[in-house]
Design a protein around this ligand. Structure first.
Ligand code: GLV
Ligand code: MG
Length: 349
């Protein structure tokens, strides 16, 4: 283990100093695009400002014979498109693939100054982050970058979940984690064939009626991802970084997508992936606090004065702990309202 004093020293001579904290930036939706698809790329300028994050995908869903075209497309996008306030991320190929080294060798010198975050798939432990950390420092030094690139890990193997805390703590570059439910299901040998979301077979059933044991009994579908999302949130918060729900593959099922996103929001996630423009709107709705909740939170904060003691509002007890929850809500609303006049009006901020 490195001496704590050395933790924030660059890992290569001439590389920028690693960040001491990861400031919050709106990232309610990480919208994926295929940089080798000209039609998708042509739409990007219109999506700037609509999506919080635009991510050029180089990994799964890009066929082996399109990997190079995707990498070159990403370089062009990085050079030609003005992203304004929208963040520009990429997902590189996995560390055990034949493509990842060329991904990093090409991307960092060409567009390292434009990229905000590099997402690494299938991260299994701190050793994966250490590898990327050192390599990035070397490439940043060589390219003369003055701002360190941040890293985001996808949690999509059983070993990755088992090591989630050490992954989050492995480098000051760590920005966040996403749940990768499709790969995780495969790696865990779950008996599903979907990209995220629930399954009708995963349920609990109410007890039989003793008077009428044969009567139909209500069932309640359970959330397959609850355990993993909750572990991810705790690991991220402990390390000052941000948790995200990942993909929801059934594009037409906008209702269940919204439910899955909302579960993640309520548990502490800051955003989710969007695979289709319709999911951008869902994520925007879900990961922006409800104006009624913000109004209530403002009332509690106002009534609680210095934040200590207890007051009753509409029959509900408020104290130091509820005022802290309310501050989380208002802080998020304030950060989002700062760049969205419609939200600023809805929140009266
Ligand atoms: C995402 O990459 C997933 O595997 O769900
Ligand atoms: Mg995956």
């Amino acid at each position: 283990m490195r001496n704590p004093k050395d933790f924030f020293r660059p890992l290569a001579v001439g590389a920028p100093a690693p960040p001491r904290e990861i400031p919050f930036r709106p990232s309610r939706m990480i919208h994926f695009f295929d940089p080798s698809n000209d039609k998708m790329v042509a739409k990007l300028p219109d999506m700037v400002g609509k999506a919080d994050v635009l991510l050029g995908n180089l990994e799964d869903a890009i066929a082996a014979d399109r990997k190079e075209a995707a990498r070159e497309g990403l370089v062009r996008v990085g050079k030609e498109i003005d992203f304004g306030e929208t963040q520009f991320w990429t997902r590189i190929n996995s560390l055990d693939s034949p493509w990842v080294l060329d991904d990093l060798l090409r991307i960092v010198p060409e567009i390292g100054d434009r990229l905000d975050v590099i997402m690494i798939p299938k991260v299994e432990g701190a050793e994966d982050i250490h590898y990327a950390d050192r390599l990035l420092a070397q490439l940043e030094a060589k390219a003369g970058l003055d701002r360190p690139l941040l890293l985001h890990a996808i949690l999509e193997t059983a070993r990755g979940v088992a090591n989630v805390e050490e992954i989050c703590a492995a480098s000051p570059r760590m920005q966040g984690l996403s749940l990768g439910p499709a790969d995780l299901a495969a790696d865990r040998r779950m008996k599903t064939t979907r990209v995220g979301g629930g399954h009708p077979g995963y349920l609990v059933r109410e007890d039989p009626d003793p008077e009428d044991p044969e009567a139909p009994r209500a069932t309640f579908q359970q959330d397959l991802w609850h355990y993993t999302v909750a572990r991810m949130v705790d690991a991220c918060v402990t390390n000052g970084i941000y948790p995200y729900y990942g993909p929801f593959g059934d594009i037409r099922d906008t209702v269940a997508c919204e439910d899955q996103f909302r579960n993640a929001f309520l548990l502490g996630c800051v955003g989710a992936w969007s695979l289709h423009p319709v999911q951008i709107d869902i994520a925007k709705r879900v990961f922006s606090p409800d104006p009624a909740d913000v109004a209530w939170a403002k009332r509690v904060i106002e009534a609680m004065g210095d934040g200590t003691g207890a007051v009753m509002i509409d029959g509900k007890m408020q104290d130091d702990a509820t005022v802290k929850q309310c501050r989380v809500m208002v802080d998020l609303a304030t950060a989002l309202a700062a760049r969205d006049p419609e939200l600023a009006a809805a929140y009266e901020l």
